[in-house]
Design a protein around this ligand. Structure first.
Ligand SMILES: [Zn+2]
Length: 142
């Protein structure tokens, strides 16, 4: 399960709508519990620096990621995942997403944007054994 504060959900939805028809992206900062649950406290927004078509691909700015990793150090918080949007597509991971798994312990949060309006938001973990994503519960608090 991944737990997102209401303010984080709002931020992601607004970023997705602002970036439309391009994909937005950013990192999720929080704690990974022993149970496997991820508790997100905040986001680190990133420009989409994907080369090529940013309407169906995204790349978090590596500098933002490395600066954040340095800032977070040994904890207690870490990068627990990232988010991106799917302009005029559903909130399920795409084939391109499946080929872009570099951190298998990161949760993928995806928000669908339909005609410029944010809609469904889902969370996924990549199952390296099976080579595919599985959806995990997403809970909103606050
Ligand atoms: Zn995607």
């Amino acid at each position: 399960m991944i737990v997102l504060p209401r303010a984080v959900v709002t931020h992601i939805a607004e970023a997705a709508e602002a970036a439309y028809p391009d994909e937005c992206c950013g990192l999720l900062v929080g704690r990974a519990e022993a149970s496997g649950d991820r508790l997100v406290s905040r986001v680190a927004a990133s420009p989409n620096v994907a080369e090529g078509n940013t309407r169906d691909s995204f790349l978090v700015d590596p500098k933002i990621q490395f600066d954040l990793m340095r800032e977070l150090g040994d904890g207690p918080e870490c990068i627990v995942g990232h988010y991106h949007s799917h302009p005029d597509h559903g909130a399920a991971p795409s084939e391109r997403d499946r080929r872009s798994v570099f951190y298998p312990d990161h949760v993928w949060v995806i928000v669908a944007v339909d005609g410029g309006r944010a809609g469904d938001m889902t969370a996924h973990l990549f199952d390296t054994g099976r080579g595919r994503f599985r959806e995990i519960p997403l809970r909103v608090t606050g």
